[in-house]
Design a protein around this ligand. Structure first.
Ligand SMILES: Cc1cc2nc3c(=O)[nH]c(=O)nc-3n(C[C@H](O)[C@H](O)[C@H](O)COP(=O)(O)O)c2cc1C
Length: 186
């Protein structure tokens, strides 16, 4: 994850490739219940930051984040999955959410987000996936006219890398394979 960018714009053809790859992510029942809000214009990006990060930007540890030339907000659409799985080949006509082992609408939107991140790296760019929290979600929806049925699972900043300080989270270190992998049985 990269949290500092310079002011250079992201090539529109690259933005298209980010989204083309996202569109090809796997999805449960091929539901494809996702949407992507793309913000390139400086005024749109400014409106985004005003909605999701209204206070404390001047003292934020990663001010170069706000220069990212492209913001992509992946949104998940639960109802698309409930409707898809109510079709005859799936048969969950009651649309009961308790049937779902995990929220596949969020899983699939996260898979699409990962493809955006990987494509950004392939294109020589940097990217950050970050959260949109609490009341900022409604502020974001209001700022961009996003319907209530669509939930931002986070946001992705993409741009040309600039020098940055590492996230303090990295001090935790990466957990070793022996700790996280269970071979044969738990
Ligand atoms: C679901 C999710 C939410 C995240 N939210 C934030 C965030 O709000 N702010 C942030 O700076 N980084 C965020 N990150 C990035 C993580 O901090 C980062 O992936 C982790 O520290 C490992 O660093 P690396 O991805 O550079 O290896 C998030 C990552 C994920 C997958």
């Amino acid at each position: 994850m990269v949290r500092a960018f310079d002011d250079r714009p992201v090539d529109p053809a690259v933005v298209d490739r980010l989204l083309e790859h996202a569109r090809h992510a796997p999805s449960a029942g091929f539901s494809q219940g996702w949407a992507f809000l793309v913000l390139i214009e400086p005024a749109d990006r400014a409106r985004f930051w005003d909605a999701v990060f209204p206070d404390g930007r001047a003292s934020f540890a990663h001010p170069g984040l706000f220069s990212a030339g492209c913001l992509i907000v992946p949104l998940s659409h639960k109802q698309a999955y409930l409707d898809r799985y109510a079709e005859p080949d799936k048969g969950w006509a009651d649309r009961d959410e308790a049937r779902w082992p995990v929220p596949y609408w969020d899983v699939d939107t996260a898979m699409a987000s990962m493809l955006v991140l990987l494509t950004a790296v392939d294109e020589g760019l940097g990217a950050l996936f970050f959260g949109i929290f609490g009341a900022h979600v409604d502020a974001f929806r209001a700022a961009f006219g996003v319907p209530a049925a669509f939930s931002p699972i986070g946001a992705i900043a993409v741009g040309h890398r600039a020098p940055d300080v590492a996230s303090p989270s990295l001090r935790r270190g990466r957990r070793p394979q022996e700790e996280v992998v269970h071979r044969g049985r738990w």
